[in-house]
Every structure is written in C-alpha cells, then in structure tokens.
Design a protein around this ligand. Structure first.
Ligand SMILES: Cc1cc2nc3c(=O)[nH]c(=O)nc-3n(C[C@H](O)[C@H](O)[C@H](O)COP(=O)(O)OP(=O)(O)OC[C@H]3O[C@@H](n4cnc5c(N)ncnc54)[C@H](O)[C@@H]3O)c2cc1C
Length: 461
C-alpha cells in the first residue's frame, strides 16, 4: 500500500466516508473566488472539534499540509491549497450553539454562514455587524481568519472588534481557548486578536464566541454625486470633520455607475458623476439630524443629493451597489476581471491622493479601472480587466498591481484592507511590514514549527 493510501485509511478511520481523494472531487477544492489555483491531495469534512484534532495529529505525524476552508469566497487564494495536502472543509460545523442576549454574545461553530447568524439574531433585535459583500455565503470562520469587514464597518468596526474567544486546534492537534465570555480582558497577550486575520496559518478555528449589537431603530440614505472621484474621496474626511459618523459610506466611481446602468437602466443611481452612498443609523431624531448635517456639509461639493428613508428605495440602491462585482464584466465583455489584489487601504485624508494615483498608474498602462468599495474606512477596490490570452495585458496588469501596492505603502496605507494577503500579496506584505514581518515569522515558527498550516500564504513558504 502506498503512503497516500495509508494516510487515506487513517483519515477514514476518523471521519468515515467524509474524506475524498478522487480527482474530480479534489478539483472542486482547487480554487476560491480569486484566480489562484492549487490541487489538494485530500478533502475532509469534519463535524466536530475532536475530529479536527485527530486530523491535525495525523497531518503532524506525516508532515501533510492543512488548509482550512469556509465558503471559498476569499479573493486572495487563502483557502486554496497551493502546496497540496489536506483541505479541511469546515462548512459542516455550522451550528449556532448559544445566543446569550444578556451577556451580549453568541457562540458559533466556524461554518455558520453570516446571513444565517443574523437571521437567527433578528427576532431578538440584535445583529453581528461585520457584513462583507459575500455575507449571504461566507462563513464566520472565514470572516475571522480574514478579519473581514463590510459596508457598516466604518461605524461598527471589523471582525476583530467582536471576537471574545476562539477555540482553536493547533498544528499538533492540541486544543486551546484564546479568551472567555468576558466583554474585555487585560490578562496577558491578546491571542484572540492574533488569530483574527491569521488566515489559517496558526491553527484551525473550531468555535467562536462573538460580541453582538442591538439593531438600530432607523436608517436613512444620503446618495451624493460628485464631479470627480477625487472630490468624492475628499468629501469623506469633510464629513467626519463635521462630526457625522455614517453607518456606511460606499463609493461607486463614474465607470462603476455606467456599468451598473448598462446592466440595469432602471437602477436608482445618479447618472451625473462619481457617487458616494452614505447611510446613517440610530434613533429617528439622530438619523434625521445626521442626514441634514450630511446634506448641508456636502452641498458645496455635490452635483446632486438624494435623501431617502423609503425602505423600498433604500433596498434598491443597496441592491445596485451589491451588483458592482458582477456588473464589471459588462464594461468590456471581451475582457476578464482579474483580482490581482487591489484591496488597498489608506488613511482617510489620503483618499484623494490614492485615487489620483490609481488613475495615473492605470492610464500609464492603458488599463481602465473601476473604483468602488467601503471608502468610509479608507478602502479602495480597483477593478481591472484584461484579455487573459494576451501576455502583454498580463504584463501591464502586473506592473500596475506593483505600482498601486507600492504607492499605497508609500502614503502610509495597507496592501490589504479586508480581503487578506493569501497567496496574492505576500511580497507586498513584506515590504509594508519591514522588520515586523520577522516578528510574524517567529510567531508562525513557534506555533507551527513544521510549517504545515496553510503554507504559501501571508508571505510564508
Ligand atoms: C462578491 C464578493 C464580495 C466580497 N466582499 C467582501 C467585503 O466586503 N469585505 C471583506 O472583508 N471581504 C469580502 N469578500 C471576501 C471574502 O468573502 C471574505 O473575506 C469572507 O470572510 C471569506 O469567508 P469564506 O468563508 O468564504 O472563507 P474562505 O475563502 O473559505 O477562507 C478564507 C481564509 O480563511 C481561512 N479559514 C476558513 N475557515 C477557517 C477556520 N475554521 N479556521 C482557520 N482558518 C480558516 C482559510 O484558510 C482562508 O485563508 C468578498 C468576496 C466576494 C466573492
């Protein structure tokens, strides 16, 4: 019997028929929502922490790589086994174990889908705020491992603000808890935060205790169009300086708006420029006052302003915003959207400078960018399109990606605001971090001495 068959048999003893080794099954786990590819040797579907622990013991014994996977919606190849080995599909561990309103927390397994968690919390009047665009599909485990965020993180913060405790299986199969059910702690290193954003490179998350928040009473949208995206970018710091804290703040540049209108001419979006959709939430009085202040503050910069609290109209506007990822292909059907990782984040005041740089870089390469995203927290997504059969186009795209990431670093920004480093941005992370990358490496070596946890990610071999 060959080594792989022997390992298969040992894995089968742990999970029964929830292990796959045939090529067609493996192929389904060789990709996520990025272009990055890597074929696993085994795919396993654990249903308990005990199984995850036993699997890690086998992986440790045979030196097999292990890549955890949630819904596979990652845009940086995080869940792709670029160096082979086991893919641990965590989606069968999908129970909401506890809803504890009095303690303001939930305890969930990592495979719980974000939208299901919020549906379960709705009758209590509570929600788990981090809301990536993929909320209808992505898992809580994937969100934690990527420190995901979304439209409302401008006000509510990212996943890292909500993790109270993680149950984690370490590289050698041992179990540890990183925190407790306390709302805060001042007891030693903050290991919960260490695992947030660790992208499966330090351990496998098998349970999470998460803080929750009450659903706000009211929401109102203020949709503003601007004569240029740089002016739109500048408006963000103007709004904060005026003392308004929006609950969402999303940019759609003129190209994005045009594409959305091409997809559906009836979408409710202004046709006269670059758009920012602001949302405010809270009590009726607070929302009315914030919306009035927003309108007053932005009138000198704006081409047009629409204020609405009509639920149907707000739903349609957010639906248009959520279509932008899918709509990009309409810009030029002969070209393909490639995620080379423009998930840039910059300090809020630097947004106009970064936006200007995006146009300079893409103009130089003859690429047409689409800028969209959660601009309120400094995030800029830059959609780019190429003819994938043309090497010249790939060269242009790669040069543009290098220039954009380096520009973000130069102005004090970050190479990934929310999608993670994965296998897409390791080299940029090293440049951004400088010496602190060595500290990350020491932590990685201490917790995963054999380097079997998701190798090839975060700039590690
Ligand atoms: C249309 C679209 C819109 C998106 N919008 C946003 C957005 O607004 N904001 C945002 O932040 N992201 C966004 N994303 C990216 C992505 O959806 C999120 O990062 C999401 O949280 C990933 O969850 P997942 O379950 O799909 O994880 P996967 O893609 O399956 O995995 C992501 C990472 O988590 C690790 N991982 C998964 N489960 C575990 C576990 N149990 N233990 C340890 N490690 C684990 C994986 O190894 C991998 O490194 C978007 C993606 C798409 C396709």
């Amino acid at each position: 019997m060959g080594k792989m068959d022997k390992i298969f048999n040992e894995l089968e003893q742990i999970v029964g028929n929830r292990v796959r080794m045939n090529a067609s099954d493996l192929c389904c786990y060789s990709a996520d929502a990025s272009q990055i590819r890597g074929m696993p040797d085994f795919v396993l579907f654990p249903i308990s922490v005990e199984e995850v622990s036993e699997i890690m013991k086998i992986a440790n014994k045979y030196n097999i790589n292990v890549t955890a996977r949630g819904a596979g919606t990652g845009l940086a190849g995080g869940a792709v086994p670029v160096k082979g080995g086991i893919v641990l599909d965590m989606t069968k561990m999908d129970k909401i174990l506890k809803i504890d309103i009095e303690n303001l927390l939930v305890v969930v397994e990592p495979g719980v889908v974000q939208v299901d968690l919020n549906e379960a919390l709705k009758p209590y009047g509570f929600f788990f705020p981090p809301d990536p665009g993929s909320f209808a599909t992505c898992t809580v485990g994937g969100q934690i491992a990527n420190n995901a965020s979304g439209m409302r993180c401008v006000k509510y913060g990212t996943v890292k603000n909500y993790v109270l405790n993680l149950e984690v299986i370490m590289a050698d199969g041992t179990l540890m808890n990183t925190g407790s059910e306390c709302q805060k702690t001042s007891s030693g290193y903050d290991l919960s935060r260490l695992f947030v954003g660790s992208e499966g490179t330090l351990g496998i998350i098998t349970k999470a205790t998460l803080k929750i928040m009450p659903i706000p009473e009211c929401r109102k949208l203020v949709m503003v169009s601007f004569p240029s995206s740089e002016i739109a970018g500048k408006s963000v710091s103007t709004v904060f300086s005026a003392g308004v804290m929006p609950s969402a703040c999303e940019i759609l540049d003129k190209t994005s708006v045009d594409v959305l209108l091409k997809l559906d001419p009836n979408v409710i979006l202004p046709k006269d420029g670059d758009v920012i959709i602001f949302e405010v939430d809270g009590s009726k009085e607070a929302v009315d006052s914030a919306a009035d202040k927003l309108k007053e503050t932005l009138t000198p910069f704006a081409s047009s302003i629409l204020v609405t609290d009509d639920p149907d109209e707000m739903k349609k506007i957010w639906a248009a915003r959520s279509l932008v990822g899918a709509a990009v292909s309409k810009l030029d059907p002969t070209k393909t959207r490639i995620y080379v990782g423009e998930d840039l984040g910059v300090p809020i005041k630097k947004l106009p400078e970064m936006i200007k740089k995006v146009y300079e870089v893409t103009d130089k390469e003859g690429l047409l960018p689409m800028i969209y995203g959660h601009i309120g927290d400094g995030t800029i997504h830059v959609g780019q399109f190429i003819d994938v059969l043309d090497q010249n186009d790939w060269d242009k795209l790669n040069r543009a990606a290098d220039a954009l990431h380096l520009a973000a670093i130069e102005i004090g920004g970050t190479v990934s605001s929310e999608h993670g480093i994965g296998a897409a941005r390791g080299k940029y992370l090293k440049t951004q971090c400088g010496n602190s990358f060595n500290a990350m490496k020491s932590i990685k070596n201490a917790l995963d001495p054999k380097g079997i946890l998701n190798p090839g990610k975060l700039g590690f071999d």
